[in-house]
Design a protein around this ligand. Structure first.
Ligand SMILES: [Zn+2]
Length: 196
């Protein structure tokens, strides 16, 4: 099949989690919507590509440099949350539970993929700690092999600098059932128990 419909289905199919069926549904949905809706979608995509860049302080995505998170006076500069990717900042922001600053590493240590500390924004983090001497660094990397290796590496590197280094707790999902939790999660939750 050729033509503009097939071309757009093909473009949508390249997006993560979108298969050919969903891509076709999106295209037929758009065909039934007014032109201005398609235009705002197209413009929003281009705006992201043209205007969004990385903050020179925290390496999060931003339109202005430094970003709003780095310049907001209501956010606590003494607490820095270290995450792997910019999308993790959005995940933590959605909780509304953190009012500090961030540092995006730009990935995780993964020797198999040839990614070491030099490929990540680790040097910048050390420089930032030297300049701002924060009270606490919260390592918020994923609880998988790469996330653990990165957290361990960072704690060894940063603890001598005199900053308290903490790690997100491992736990059971809220509303979950002990019966259904896997052994590793349950063992970690037991290890990371807190006083009531
Ligand atoms: Zn920033």
């Amino acid at each position: 099949m050729a033509g503009p419909v097939a071309a757009l289905i093909n473009e949508f199919s390249k997006l993560p989690t979108v298969g050919p069926k969903t891509a076709a549904r999106l295209v037929f949905y758009l065909l039934n919507r007014p032109r201005h809706e398609a235009q705002s979608l197209a413009e929003a995509i281009l705006r992201v590509k043209d205007r969004v860049r990385f903050c020179s302080v925290c390496h999060c995505l931003t339109e202005s440099d430094p970003c709003d998170l780095c310049t907001d006076p209501d956010r606590d500069a003494a607490t820095i949350c270290v995450v792997a990717e910019a999308k993790d900042v959005y995940a933590i922001e959605r909780t509304g539970a953190f009012k500090g600053r961030y540092h995006v590493l730009g990935g995780l240590i993964s020797p198999m993929d040839g990614i070491g500390p030099a490929q990540l924004h680790v040097k910048e983090l050390v420089e930032r700690i030297g300049q701002q001497s924060p009270h606490e660094l919260i390592i918020a990397t994923n609880p998988n092999a790469e996330g653990e290796a990165t957290a361990l590496y960072l704690s060894r590197l940063l603890q001598p600098l005199g900053t308290k280094v903490t790690r997100l707790a491992y736990g059971l999902p809220i509303g979950g059932d002990l019966d259904y939790a896997d052994e590793v999660t349950l063992a970690k939750a037991l290890e990371g128990r807190t006083t009531l």
